[in-house]
Structures are given as C-alpha cells and as structure tokens.
Design a binder for this molecule. Structure first.
Ligand code: HEC
Length: 95
C-alpha cells in the first residue's frame, strides 16, 4: 500500500515537473532576464552569483522564494506565476 502511494506521488511529481521546465527559456518568458543575466551584471546580480551565494544552504529554494516574493522585501514585483518563479529558482540553483 505504502509503495503504491509513493509511486503515485513520484509519478505526479514527474508530471508536474514536465509542465514547466526549469530552463533559461522559462527565466526569459517569466521576465526574470529583463533584470538578471546568467553571468553578467544587469539591473540585478547575475543568477550565477546568486546560485553561488545559496548553494549548499539548507532550504535555499524556499528561502529565495520567500525573499523575492515578500511584498515588504527589496525585490521588484514580478509578473510570473508562483510556480514559474519556483521553477526558475530551481534552475538558478543548478548554475
Ligand atoms: C524589475 C527587475 C527584476 C526582475 C523582473 C526580476 N528581478 Fe530578481 N532581483 C532584482 C533586484 C533589483 C534584486 C536585488 C534586490 C533583492 O535582492 O531583492 C534581485 C534579486 C534577486 C534574487 C536574489 C535574492 C537574494 O536573496 O539574494 C533572486 C534569486 C532573484 N532576484 C530572482 C528573480 C527571478 C526568479 C525572477 C523572475 C521570476 C526575477 N528575479 C525577476 C530585480 C529583478
């Protein structure tokens, strides 16, 4: 029973991951690349520098998501959907 449940969850996870691909294209379509570049400084820090800062930190993905979506924080408002933002963060952490 437990095995069935776990494999169902894994399958669902794969399907969801398939819906929005973590990729530079998504970062572009989500509007992030207007201010960020991969390795050059634009209006904001390059994603590679951000990845270096957070790499290996426990809960990095959740910490970043909270920091950039907090209305009281410094991050400019983003037009992207929350799941797109999360997926871009996953991609950033692989850089
Ligand atoms: C209008 C310009 C702009 C857009 C669009 C933008 N950012 Fe940023 N971003 C900034 C600025 C300015 C900072 C530095 C201030 C800060 O850290 O909140 C920053 C910082 C960050 C950081 C570092 C936060 C930290 O705690 O060090 C991350 C991660 C990030 N942005 C992700 C994204 C993602 C993902 C998107 C697209 C969904 C995005 N940004 C879109 C301007 C932008």
């Amino acid at each position: 029973m437990k095995v069935v449940l776990v494999s169902a969850l894994v399958a669902a996870g794969v399907l969801m991951a398939g819906a929005v691909q973590a990729s530079p294209e998504l970062a572009t379509s989500a509007g992030c690349m207007k201010c960020h570049d991969i390795d050059k400084k634009k209006k904001a820090e390059p994603f590679k520098a951000i990845a270096t800062k957070y790499k290996g930190k426990a809960g990095a993905e959740a910490t970043i998501f909270k920091s950039i979506t907090d209305a009281k924080g410094d991050h400019p408002e983003m037009a992207a959907k929350p799941e797109e933002i999360k997926t871009v963060i996953k991609w950033v952490l692989t850089l």
